[in-house]
Design a binder for this molecule. Structure first.
Ligand SMILES: *Cc1c(COP(=O)(O)O)cnc(C)c1O
Length: 386
């Protein structure tokens, strides 16, 4: 790896972020202190949700959501196969089974049609949760997905780590990802490549006070303190975990969250530049499609490449980009193809997933990227695809 390699994503940490962490380190509470609630309150306000519950990472956020819903062994959760492992794995954490949904081959998103088809495959079993992923930052068709989920007796849990700051418009109705207009809960991650970074970190948002309470309880071992109990008294009616996010990281999260408008604007400007610069590479290279209702803060700049027309394999393109100092990544290897899921559920035919996976490649996108870097990436890509 050459030192000049532009990664596909990276954090933007500035001096005031470092100062905020240093201040937290000098404070009384390194964990379970006031910065946790402050970060949660600021996050809830940012996305327009009533409650936000901070936790250890985005995977823990998904696990907590399953626990809060009381998903039981043998019940079904539906997740798209084009996502990070954790979207599906959270169902397995609670013993539930995963039914993998197909995706639109041009957006990579679960659609009402692919959800309806997955629900058919789940027929006869109890479907508890539908987990749309706002892949790359573009928003899934939430009103239609929510209506289908409701008809099946399931709730929508949005896996939203890619979509902090993304908004949508359906007819006269505007909404922000995570505001809970259509989903019971939305989960976020603050992994360094995500829109804001705390190293490891996650959040669940909800408008339901009962779910918020359960998320908090499962975050801390399942412990509750009944009103009127002795000062030391706690009880554990259900078993939980230690999924807390320490004050040190909440301090960083607070500092980062204040920069979201600037980070989002920069991501939007870079995405616009990519779209302009990539246009001449069509039809061999086309950006992933943007649904009409979606106004994304893109997490990933994913392009779809016709490798056959280019006469090069994806491996050759990835290596040619790397040789010119450009990092890239595949989002994602279909989860249903993982050995664990293949052994459990056998082979599945998901044509949209296969079409997306055959062509997708994500190019560098993060706020610290310069305009000239975008030009360099597109030039390298143009050369790599011939
Ligand atoms: C990053 C990510 C996760 C997991 O988040 P972690 O904080 O890494 O545990 C889950 N789902 C999606 C779609 C993600 O991008």
């Amino acid at each position: 790896m050459s030192p000049a390699l532009i990664p596909y994503g990276r954090q933007t940490i500035e001096d005031d972020d470092i100062a905020a962490v240093a201040e937290a380190l000098r404070a009384d509470f390194l964990t379970t202190g006031p910065r946790v609630e402050a970060f949660e309150a600021a996050f809830a306000q940012t996305v327009g949700a009533r409650h936000a519950v901070a936790c250890a990472n985005g995977t823990a956020a998904l696990h907590l959501a399953m626990l809060a819903l009381d998903v039981q062994p043998g019940e079904v959760c539906i997740a798209p196969s084009i996502t990070f492992l954790a979207t599906a794995n959270c169902a397995r954490f609670v013993g539930a089974e995963v039914v993998f949904a197909d995706v639109d081959p041009l957006t990579g998103l679960m659609t009402p049609d692919t959800l309806a088809e997955a629900l058919e495959r789940a027929a006869g079993r109890r479907v508890r949760a539908v987990l749309p992923v706002h892949l790359r930052g573009d928003v899934a068709e939430l009103p239609a997905l929510a209506a289908l989920a409701e008809r099946a007796g399931a709730v929508l849990v949005e896996d939203a780590p890619h979509a902090l700051g993304s908004t949508m418009r359906f007819g006269e109705t505007s909404a922000v990802v995570g505001d809970g207009r259509w989903g019971a809960m939305a989960t976020f991650s603050f992994h360094p490549v995500k829109t804001i970074a705390t190293g490891e970190g996650g959040m669940v948002t909800t408008n339901d006070p009962r779910l918020a309470e359960r998320l908090r309880t499962f975050r801390t071992h399942g412990m509750v303190r009944p009103a009127g109990g002795e000062p030391w008294w706690y009880e554990m009616p259900e078993v939980g975990f230690n999924y807390r996010l320490p004050d040190i990281l909440c301090a960083l999260g607070l500092s980062q969250l204040a920069k979201l408008p600037r980070f989002a604007a920069r991501r939007r400007a870079l995405a616009d530049r990519y779209l302009r610069r990539l246009a001449p590479l069509a039809p061999v290279v086309v950006p992933a499609s943007r649904p009409a209702w979606s106004d994304p803060v893109l997490h990933l700049m994913t392009v779809l490449i016709d490798f056959e027309a280019a006469g090069r394999s994806r491996r050759q393109v990835v290596e040619a980009l790397a040789a010119r100092g450009v990092g890239s990544q595949v989002h994602y290897i279909p989860v249903h193809r993982q050995p664990y899921y293949r052994a459990r559920y056998g082979e599945l035919s998901l044509p949209g997933v296969e079409a997306w996976y055959a062509r997708c490649l994500s190019l560098p996108l993060f706020p610290g990227l310069a305009d000239a870097d975008v030009d360099r990436v597109v030039d390298a890509l143009a050369e790599a695809v011939g």
